[in-house]
Ligand binder design. Structure first.
Ligand code: ASP
Length: 324
């Protein structure tokens, strides 16, 4: 029987934290101890190599540079292992899972991301369970980027953190498509620095900030009502006109959890289509932000950006991919 090789990349997060005077903070040594206390994790024939990212972070501090670092390590080790487990903070875990699913092309192994709501070795911790489930999933699940959490295996680019305290903290929108970007060989499309705003509309809420972003940012993810309506506000309309004039992408998504946008359904959303907003359909806010970041890392040409964002890449849209 051949030995199953697993790379465990520890990025930080609650799973590997310990109490400090300021609250929980990353602490080295906890993942090592967990592996030592889980003999036989991944089966008798598994060899788990642990690599710690430096520095270990609370995922609130994660940036696209961290997504690049993780992706580069996955590419460098892809052909040597049977799968990769990433331990990560839960707060931005769904951004990272979307980022890895979208930026890694030709992934032929499972990448399983997990974390914990309660640190390893603290009373009531879910860390050991999530870690051992993630390691076990390497032997059973298809290539792609997945989240293993509270007994559930979820599509990386469709998942969201749904609860800030429950151990069962994640859920994923429905998807029948594998969470991976097809390609003949493993490669990474790097994220470049961008200046993107993610902003919601609200009834009677200020549109000055949205307008400022439309006038100054490289791109905007606009969280609209329902199926893609926004207030018929002159400041917002002028901002959208300015964004169109500047040739910057505005991706419209829905504030609702399910269903997504369908621009053009209501007159109340007409200013979006009139000014060329891109329909994000039912992408999660995490997936929409990551996809816009990746798109702007590749090109600043608006028709190309629109094409890239509206074309299904790695299962980030629901069952029926939108036709563009
Ligand atoms: N603040 C932590 C983080 O995202 C929360 C967690 O891991 O559960 O790093």
């Amino acid at each position: 029987m051949s030995i199953r090789r697993i790379l465990l990349l520890h990025a930080g997060g609650t799973i590997g934290m310990a109490p400090t005077a300021k609250g929980f903070a990353p602490k080295a040594g906890l993942l090592e101890r967990a592996l030592a206390e889980m003999p036989g994790a991944g089966g008798d024939e598994a060899q788990i190599d642990l690599m710690l990212l430096d520095p270990l972070i609370d995922s609130a501090d994660a940036t696209p540079a961290d997504w690049n670092r993780l992706a580069a390590l996955i590419v460098a080790n892809h052909d040597k292992v049977d799968g990769i487990v990433v331990t990560h903070g839960t707060d931005t875990l769904a951004f990272t899972s979307s980022a890895l699913a979208m930026s890694l092309e030709g992934l032929a192994k499972p990448v399983i991301i997990t974390g914990a709501m309660v640190p390893l070795f603290q009373p009531g911790s879910d860390g050991l369970r999530n870690l051992s489930d993630a390691i076990a999933a390497i032997g059973t699940c298809d290539a792609g980027v997945w989240i293993q959490f509270a007994g559930k295996l979820l599509s990386g680019p469709r998942a969201r953190k749904m609860h800030s305290t429950d151990l069962d903290a994640f859920a994923a929108k429905q998807s029948d498509l594998p969470p991976s970007r097809t390609g003949t060989k493993i490669q990474h499309h790097a994220f470049q620095p961008t200046d993107i705003a993610v902003l919601p509309v609200a009834p009677g809420g200020s549109t000055h900030v949205i307008s400022y972003a439309l006038n100054h940012c490289d791109g905007v993810v606009l969280r609209c009502f329902g199926s893609g309506t926004v207030p018929g506000d002159p400041i917002l309309a002028a901002g959208l006109a300015k964004a169109a004039e500047r040739g910057i992408p505005v991706v419209a998504i829905s504030e609702t959890i399910k269903g997504g946008t369908s621009l053009g359904s209501y007159a109340a959303g007409a200013i979006l289509t009139e000014h060329g907003a891109i329909d994000g359909h039912d992408m999660t806010v995490e997936a929409a932000y990551v996809k816009l970041t990746l798109a702007l890392s590749m090109t600043r040409n608006l028709p190309d950006l629109r094409d890239f964002i509206e074309t299904p890449l790695c299962g980030e849209f629901g069952k029926t991919p939108p036709t563009t």
